[in-house]
Ligand binder design. Sequence first.
Ligand code: C2E
Ligand code: MG
Ligand code: MG
Length: 766
Amino acid sequence: MARAATLVSWSFVALAVSLMLAVAAGDGVDPAVTIAVIALAGAVGVGSARTYHRIRTPYLVVMGVAGVYAAVRVALPSVTTGDARSMASGVTELVITVVLVVGMYLVLRARRGPFDVRDALDAATMFVGGLLVAWLLVVTPVVDSGQMGSAPSTVAAAYLPFSLTLLGLTAAVAMTGLAGNTSMRLIGAAVVVNTVADVIRGLQKAGAVGDMSEVTTMWTAGSFVLLAAAACHPSVPELFRPARHPDGPRQNLRLLIVLAAVLAPVIMVAATDSESPTDRAVRVAGLALLVVFGSVRLLQAIRASESARASLQDRLERDELTGLPNRVALLSQLDELLETTWRAEQRPMVLLVSIDRYKHIHDTYGQELAGIVVCDLAQRLSLAAQQFGASVTRPSVDEFVVVDPAVVSPAQAVIRAESMKEAFDQPVTVGDATVFVTASIGAVVAPRNRTVSSEEMLRRADIATDRAKEIGRNTVALFDDSMQSDLARRMALEGALHGAVERREMRLYHQAIVEIATGEISGFEALIRWRREDGTVVPPSDFIPIAEETGTINALGSWVMLEALSELRRWIDDGTVAPTTTMSVNVSPRQVADPHFPDIVNEALQRSGVPPELLWLEVTESMMLSEPEHARATLRKVRAMGVRIALDDFGTGYSSLSLLQRFPLQRIKIDRAFVHGVADTGNDQSLVRTIIAMGESLGLDIVAEGVETIHQLSVLRQLGCAKAQGYLISHPVPADAIRSTMVALRDLGALSIFTSDEATSSGWRG
Ligand code: C2E
Ligand code: MG
Ligand code: MG
């Protein structure tokens, strides 16, 4: 179907070209042929236009008028005089051109939507330019030759402006992204041919060229056949669809055509002499109109680009979701404020309102509902901020910033922050869900009589917000200088942590784990220590979280693994420890998340030559929570190698029984917080009892951590706990102290605590 249409379309093009070439070569063409061709083109065109029914009516009109035109050209010579004939054909041509102008205007509207003043101005410019050319080219010579008042020449002069307007409109339509459309190209060709024919006709009326009516007739006929080709081509429906980019990239071509329409008459006016006052009046009026249109168009273009710039600026500075100003706007607003207020001795305040666990809300309710929640909160905050003349911005997804130009004191800042927090008191209702949202608010007041940059203010607010989150969220924290120094310390630590292993600042200490029943040493836990250049020792609780955050933990963890296993290998080889002694290595969640983790473990085992069953990996519950599936898969791989896995600090996290069952665990270590209170009958004791019972039912090995007194050890023994670790037995010791530690611990088994049921001996302490 489409291929047939394409074929017909191109046959029409061939027909049109041959028609036009035939007359151009000087061979006469029988007028009857012209009628036949237009009729054929009309019929087929109407037929295919049915397929694209939207263009059927306009197409029928054009082709109908074209048919009448052909009939007039062919039939009238025999019955009327020259003047009447050329009058009739002139009027038909005028009607056709006007119809085409209207049609093309409708196409432009279909492509570009409602009325656009630019189109009207361009059309008016083309029209007046055309009028002026017609006047200079056709009317003036006719008047000069004394034929003033001749109706045909007036008609001939009249269709020139219309065909130029048509040309301009066609260019405008083509510029709506249709430049590559075949149907559009054919229409373009038709319009150009039509315009050329009209110009020749005008020149002929003016006596500038001889009788070329046969040529112009055939060219006009050719342009109709090209129109038929355009209507047949399968690409025609595109013309009536709204353009994706109405202001296509090639607007300059359109402007060029308009410019030509201005330039041509201007040059003609300048190049020809004016003889009559009427002529002068027409020239002046025409040029004045062109100048007016041109200026308006220019003004309009300036205004359009101005408003485009403004709307772009607005879009750059506005948050799309809430309509609040965004980070860009916030920074410039804050800059300006800080710049002006410090001289006025005013102290601007910044509140950073961070929605607690926004990711959780987002993941639970989805993007759209989370967006509704944010919008609701934005509205409440704006309302609350209005009361004290502050403004609200949304610099990032889960944060709002409230800027108050002047507060009296830091205390007042806290009061205002608290009042902003009230915006979160009521839950947000979205659909049939009720969402409870809290916020952590960091408040900072600009220093007195001193400038501070907006980035600095926001950074301080950020530090205060972090503190509010640390305290436990849903609270307000006011920035003070100690927070800054904490942060500075942390930054320094972060920097020094880089390359600490290479500088040999890291050491491993080892703490014994003993069998409660026998006092035998079953293994050691490797605990890292950082001895800095200046001799200070940083405990792991200070730098492991930083290493986690910065990612240094992966390299550090690999080093710990290899170092711990190599040391164990050495002790076993030189007989310091029994060949069954195990080594426990702590592993952070981020290490488990690393896809290479099983390879790292494997490599450490290979290089140290320690059998995998001597290695225990101590993981924490937090590892199971963030990406449980991934962690489970990784631990399974490690487990498959023969390595065993212990759950450290058990009882402090959120782990449920089902979680415990899903992970490949062989041991749980009861956190020292519970061991601490195990000796006093009460909650802790029953809790430890429950943990032990549960562990046993799952077939897990149980280690109690942080055993500090004989009493604790004795209770643990009664409760059936298998192993213990703690200061009572041994502090963590450096590797070179292992031998002496072993000696000191050798007689442990003989102590009454490990042999009798009575917890009587309280004298043992190494
Ligand atoms: P953890 O794995 O639970 O280690 C036990 C912690 O309790 C150690 O603290 C140890 O010195 C301490 N401890 C042992 N017995 C007693 C006792 O009787 N009473 C008291 N109050 N404390 C006792 P440390 O060495 O400061 O390590 C703290 C945490 O740092 C460790 O907790 C572990 O989670 C982490 N950590 C240590 N070394 C590494 C490591 O190489 N890699 C990773 N990822 N984490 C490590
Ligand atoms: Mg541990
Ligand atoms: Mg622990």
